[in-house]
Design a protein around this ligand. Structure first.
Ligand SMILES: C[S@@+](CC[C@H](N)C(=O)[O-])C[C@H]1O[C@@H](n2cnc3c(N)ncnc32)[C@H](O)[C@@H]1O
Length: 458
């Protein structure tokens, strides 16, 4: 096996330009770049994959190559711990620093070889070409070739005995879930993250009919779940604004405001507007507020497609003051998003405990600020798509303590969340986990991790 860098690699077959033109090469190169940008530069994957403002190499790829990049990077992130463990078994010593993209090139190749239907030969040869084109990685071309060929020959031995669920989750997250939910549930959460989420839609009306038309099933409180993936824009009902994409768990918090027809409702931290759409479709007069003008533009585009009228305000809630109190308030606070790892496999690799601490402080400030924005007797729903109790249960309990005499908790009951009793905690909070069943019957596994608490202003 070749384990040492070869400082004098043999001349290449073909010129650099010819190798760059090889089918599939550009996609692998961009995938390795993106992986490095996410893992080492902590850049969110969604931003890198934006077809307007994302990675310049990604933007110019053809649609099929973009899809391939998304699949490779998603797979490499979802299995990152396992791939690192495989590499550790293959290498005598860690790859030194300042070796260009070598580690990313190896991760991209191994993701394809172990978890995708890509012939080993293609994955290896494109990885070797890539190493040959990168000035700092070039001396390790021989090592890339040797290591990957050996993996191809000895897959079973090299991957034997690995525990994917544990390896693919950073320790601090796993520890936090163990502490909160116990060992078994923590493992089930980690396991759920190994698969992609289904596509859930919220419909304006008649979910059963839309489930039939789109060949899906109804889950949660009337979300339509599709398992077949494809371009969302091409599905029936998209053009004429009959539905929007929203995870079954994300559709629950807005329901906790109950009957909202004719009420003045503030949707705080509203963009891109999944909950705004629910409230507006249910007949509320919605004021949607978000700090990001760009995200608010997306919300406005979404509402225009759906034919829903809402008032939008671009403002930092820490400075904003409403002219008059609202009948009800929904605060979908910024959070670590650890409940959305199935959809955002970059989250475990870009977030740190420090981010959770910082966000917890912002959530606390926002909660304290918005208490006065609702009329006495009005409801406040606070929610986050986080699995961390500091952003959920503990945050809500501390808020109740600080605002004693001003607010009280109004317990969530299973009937409000599609009869899914397992989503309601003993303290009357909503707690969804990625390993939870999204339907009362059947095997509709999986929903985003979400927390919601309901309070009443006294
Ligand atoms: C979890 S996302 C909201 C998702 C949205 N509610 C939905 O259902 O589609 C959090 C939002 O909070 C916004 N945000 C963060 N800090 C804010 C602040 N200080 N004031 C207002 N909005 C803020 C972000 O721009 C982001 O759009």
């Amino acid at each position: 096996m070749t384990k040492r860098p070869n400082n004098n690699p043999k001349p290449e077959a073909g010129t650099a330009a010819e190798r760059f033109d090889k089918p599939g090469f550009a996609a692998r190169k961009v995938a390795a770049d993106l992986l490095g940008n996410v893992v080492f530069k902590k850049r969110p994957l969604d931003g890198e994959l934006d077809t307007v403002s994302g990675h310049s190499g990604f933007r110019v790829l053809a649609a099929n190559d973009r899809a391939l990049v998304r699949a490779i990077v998603g797979t490499a992130l979802r299995h990152r711990g396992e791939i690192a463990a495989v590499l550790e078994r293959l290498l005598d010593r860690p790859i030194p620093e300042k070796t260009g993209r070598i580690l990313d090139i190896l991760h991209v190749a191994i993701a394809q070889m172990l978890f995708m239907e890509v012939p080993d030969r293609a994955a290896v040869s494109l990885a070797v070409d890539h190493a040959g084109l990168d000035r700092r990685a070039r001396p390790y071309k021989g090592l890339v070739n040797g290591v990957l060929r050996r993996l191809g020959r000895e897959k079973e031995e090299i991957t034997g005995g690995l525990e994917p669920d544990l390896l693919n989750t950073p320790d601090w997250l796993l520890e936090s879930w163990r502490e909160t939910f116990g060992e078994d549930t923590a493992r089930m959460i980690a396991k759920a993250h190994q698969s992609e989420a289904a596509l859930d839609l919220s419909v304006k009306a008649d979910p059963e009919d839309w489930a039939r038309r789109l060949d899906g099933e109804t889950v949660g409180t009337g979300s339509v779940r599709l398992t077949k993936k494809g371009a969302v824009e091409a599905l029936e009902g998209f053009e004429d604004g009959q539905w929007w994409v929203q995870d079954a768990a994300a559709a629950l918090p807005a329901r906790l405001l109950g009957e909202v027809t004719g009420l003045e409702v503030a949707d705080l931290c509203a963009a891109p507007g999944g909950k705004t759409a629910q409230l507006a479709a249910a007949g509320a007069n919605v004021t949607a507020i978000d700090i990001s003008s760009a995200r608010l533009k997306r919300l406005e585009g979404n509402m225009a497609r759906l034919g829903l009228n809402v008032r939008t305000v671009a403002a930092d809630l820490r400075k904003f003051e409403p002219d008059a109190p609202f009948d009800a308030v929904l605060l979908d606070a910024p959070c670590s998003a650890t409940g959305t790892i199935r959809r955002h496999p970059d989250v475990p690799w870009i977030k740190q405990p420090y981010d959770v601490e910082k966000l917890t402080e912002i959530q606390r400030d926002l909660l304290d600020r918005v208490v006065g924005w609702v009329k006495p007797g009005g409801l406040i729903v606070y929610c986050t798509c986080s699995l961390e109790t500091s952003e959920g249960e503990a945050q809500a309990a501390a808020f109740l303590e600080r605002q004693k005499g001003r607010v009280t908790r109004v317990d969530v009951v299973p009937d409000e969340v599609g009869g899914l009793a397992h989503l309601v905690t003993n303290d009357g909070y909503l707690r969804c986990l990625p390993c939870h069943n999204a339907a009362a019957t059947g095997e509709s596994k999986g929903m985003d991790g979400f927390f919601a608490a309901r309070f009443k202003r006294l």
